[in-house]
Write a protein that binds this ligand. Sequence first.
Ligand code: C2G
Length: 131
Amino acid sequence: MKKYKRAITYGTFDLFHVGHLRLLKRIAALAEELYVVVSSDEFNSLKGKKCVIPFEERAEIIESLACVTKVLREDNWEQKISDVKNNHCDLFVMGDDWTGKFDFLKDYCDVIYLPRTPRISTTDIKNYIKN
Ligand code: C2G
């Protein structure tokens, strides 16, 4: 019996790599279900990120993972409270580069920040290819 019923997490997941995968698997180990909210291309430009892979393909990869129950779309910074409430999530998880940033959600669900996987990031991959 897992501690939580339904976890939710957010991300761009561009150039999907093992850092993303390990985070999702670790969240899935805590909850019966895992909802992943993938940033739209428009929202990513708001985040100052230019995606290599378009939203539909990033969502398709996440959706195909055995540990993922459902994929939703992230269009703005403001949707997290309604996402948690509307989807009846009892756990919100992000990597610890976000530590503290989403503590306002503690009024609605548990909030956990997990250590990032070291030495890999989408930015590093892009730089490696560039050089
Ligand atoms: N991550 C990780 N280890 C890495 C790289 C990323 O654990 N080596 C985690 C991040 O901490 C994040 C998730 O993987 O929790 C997705 O990372 P990104 O795709 O970079 O997402 P981000 O741009 O942080 O978007 O509203 C929140 C934003 O949508 C988060």
